[in-house]
Design a binder for this molecule. Structure first.
Ligand code: NOJ
Length: 729
């Protein structure tokens, strides 16, 4: 090995090279793999070899490794494929080496454009062509917030139902122009990415999730031109826009379905048809859909049943048909060409069904659930989370990568909705490994499921179980995400043991590591509005009618979709003019619970939300470490730390009326000295100003931290991580 001069294979050249020489002129001049093989290194060279070596991703096609010292780190990537027709490949190196998150190409085997040289590369998303070799100089995640992680990793994503946000033309329905008028507000939240639920042309039987034209905007919201202007507006603020994408089904009014009904041979196979059992008298299978109906509806035109995982007016597309796959990619392309930054792909668990058409068993947990309407009464072994659905998500990830590469675009994010409590199934949507990536953000609904629990189960230990389940199941190559609710679950404020706990839950959402998703109105703690079957003319979410009186209240989603509450000064809370009836009644709370009131108050949910979003933009909230400190029935506490900073977040989960909880965090954190102090950084609105912890900047002895019911606090510890045994990784 140490002979005075030897010729080395391309891999070992970099392996042996001293770190400082990785940047030397010699290496820079190497323009091809072939040349690397010719390089001779001598003893001298090897002697200077410093720093450590760590393998990164090593497969038949790729050889990659890190070289690093305490101060510097490099990632060396060598694509070994020789077939010149090989496809562009994307790898995820994130999390393999400490908190390094991005890199800059310092040496490459192929000539780079000036753009490529300037641009930093996110380690989650390293694209490499056949035969390419390059060296990335790596950056720690926490050195610069903007440069730290890809936008979708550190942003807060704000979900908006356009119909419910702001009406601009006084027809009682929110629209694109209205949304544009509210961009200042959204930006003031510190939110950088908006996600719009469907705004495509639609008969609106399911809030637009029943699409009749995938490449146009529904006239109730405006025009494609309005939408183009919205995209420009959003981008000019350095913000991003994501739209809902609904590939699983179309509306029954979609021309494809209409053509299929009329036996047009091209379109029949766009959908899924089956003969009934027992000479057509019985449904093909017992499958029950997610909208309270059996999955099969008879078409007298075709004398067959068609499949629909949701309402009978939402026939499922057939993803075993290549033409359908092509159509979907065309639709992706259409919106990407307009400048969309990503997609929230709807209902991915329902994309593919087992084509053996076996019945599904009742679930053991079904208890007294009505199996004729309640989706959770069955184990959906045949119709949900089939391997084909995972493959489709991976295929679309690849498609988006290719599009971004070919069009010199920033990373295009892929969010997926798989609404299931089965965490392993959700995790699989991340993809198989670092090469075969799927979804970037398979939405984490675990807090939502926690809030579904019975009152006596909504305590700290259950919460801990949910949070730890997510963290421990998260693949090491995946990026985390958190959400409190969405358009499909009742408002968080209405489901917490006490409304005031919303502030503590903001802390969980925004201060844990991962992307945060927030549903419009939750930033002011908006509550549900009850609906009754007796007032059926008020109801827009017609799916709820399928559930009958027993489950109506639980299932109706209009409760959480009411218009945004802007002000108490104007009729209809400023959502629409006084002369029209909003398409959905407002929640009665709007007079006292609205944006204006919370902006003017000294302290409010809104103000705390804004404060926490800002805090999250500082290390250690991005790029740092996280650990649970204590979880009991009444309390949940965790720390975030990095370098010299440590933050402690403590939430009292009890609802009003319990005794205060006193904790000695000096002991809990295994602090070496007797006393440990923390400075108050942020606090829930229910912490009184005259209490010890009632002022930002106050320094508190953590021997004796007292929190009243539903209070939550963020403290910065006045010591270093090295003094706290708990912070050792
Ligand atoms: C999931 C969406 O979030 C929900 O609102 C919709 O009803 C179904 N998918 C059907 O598209």
């Amino acid at each position: 090995m140490c002979s005075s001069s030897l010729s080395v294979a391309k891999e070992s050249f970099f392996l042996l090279a001293p770190l400082e020489l990785l940047r030397s002129e010699d290496v820079k001049n190497i323009t091809s793999i072939e040349e690397l093989e010719k390089v001779k290194i001598d003893e001298q060279f090897i002697r200077y070899c410093i720093g450590e070596y760590k393998p990164a991703i090593i497969t038949d096609n790729l050889f990659s490794f890190f070289r690093f010292t305490e101060k510097q780190a490099y990632l060396i990537i060598i694509d070994k494929r020789i077939d010149s027709t090989s496809e562009l490949q994307r790898y995820n190196f994130y999390g393999l080496l400490d908190t390094y998150g991005k890199g800059k190409i310092v040496i490459s085997s192929s000539t780079l454009t000036s753009e490529q040289i300037k641009k930093s590369i996110n380690l989650t998303n390293v694209l490499i062509n056949q035969g390419q070799t390059f060296i990335l100089e790596l950056f720690q995640l926490h050195t610069d917030y903007d440069e730290s992680q890809d936008w979708w990793m550190h942003d807060v994503i704000y979900e908006i139902i356009v119909a419910s946000y702001q009406d601009s033309n006084n027809d009682g329905i929110g629209d694109i122009q209205g949304l544009r008028q509210r961009l200042d507000y959204i930006q003031s939240l510190g939110v950088n990415t908006i996600w719009l639920t469907p705004i495509y042309t639609s008969p609106w039987k399911d809030y637009g999730y029943d699409i009749s034209n995938f490449c146009d905007i529904d006239s109730r919201f405006g025009t494609l031109d309005d939408f183009r202007i919205l995209i420009d507006d959003v981008h000019s603020r350095q913000m991003r826009i994501i739209i809902d994408f609904v590939p699983n089904h179309t509306s029954n009014e979609h021309p494809w379905f209409q053509a299929a009904l009329h036996n047009d041979p091209k379109y029949i196979d766009y959908y899924i048809w089956h003969k009934g059992k027992n000479n057509g008298k019985e449904l093909p299978t017992n499958w029950l859909g997610a909208s309270g109906q059996r999955m099969w509806t008879f078409s007298s035109e075709r004398n067959m049943y068609y499949l629909h995982q949701f309402l009978d007016c939402q026939p499922d597309l057939n993803f075993r048909n290549e033409n359908v796959l092509d159509e979907i990619e065309k639709i992706f392309r259409f919106w990407l060409d307009l400048g969309i930054d990503g997609f929230r792909v709807d209902a991915v668990r329902h994309l593919i069904e087992n084509d053996q058409y076996h019945d599904e068993p009742l679930s053991k947990d079904a208890k007294d659930m009505d199996p004729n309407i309640m989706y959770v009464a069955y184990d959906h072994t045949e119709s949900a989370d089939q391997s084909g659905s995972y493959e489709l998500v991976q295929r679309w990830r690849k498609f988006l990568d290719k599009y971004a590469y070919e069009n010199n675009r920033n990373y295009i994010v892929l969010i997926t909705e798989a609404y299931t409590v089965d965490i392993k199934k959700v995790m699989r949507y991340f993809g198989n490994n670092r090469e075969e990536r799927g979804s970037d953000i398979p939405i984490n609904f675990l807090i939502t499921y926690y809030l579904d629990k019975d009152e006596n189960e909504k305590h700290g230990l259950e919460l801990d179980k949910v949070l730890s389940d997510w963290q421990s199941n998260l693949p090491e190559y995946a990026w985390s995400n958190w959400c409190l609710g969405s358009h499909d679950s009742h408002r968080i404020t209405s489901r917490l043991p006490s409304k005031e706990l919303i502030d503590g839950f903001y802390m969980l959402l925004l201060l844990q590591s991962g992307t945060a998703l927030i549903y419009y109105g939750d930033e002011i703690g908006m509550c549900d509005r009850p609906f009754t079957l007796a007032n059926s003319d008020e109801i827009v979410d017609i799916t709820a009618f399928n559930y009958g009186e027993k489950y109506f209240d639980k299932m109706i989603r209009d409760r959480q979709r009411t218009p945004m509450q802007w002000t108490s000064q104007e009729a209809n809370a400023g959502f629409t003019s006084s002369t029209v009836k909003p398409f959905l009644p407002l929640s009665d709370t709007w007079h006292e619970l609205n944006v204006e009131q919370q902006q003017n108050a000294l302290r409010s949910h809104l103000k705390l939300f804004q404060q926490l979003v800002k805090l999250r933009q500082q290390a250690p909230f991005y790029g740092g470490y996280q650990k649970k400190v204590i979880a009991t029935k009444e309390l949940y506490a965790f720390i975030r730390w990095l370098d010299t900073n440590i933050y402690l977040i403590v939430i009292n989960i009890n609802k009003k009326g319990h005794d205060p909880i006193i904790n000695d965090f000096t002991k809990l954190l295994k602090y070496q000295n007797k006393e440990l102090f923390g400075e108050v950084i942020a606090r829930s609105c229910n912490i009184l100003d005259d209490s010890l912890i009632g002022k930002e900047g106050n320094q508190i002895n953590l021997n004796n931290l007292i929190l009243q019911s539903s209070e939550a606090i963020v403290l910065k510890l006045l010591t270093c991580p090295s003094n706290i045994s708990f912070c050792q990784q």
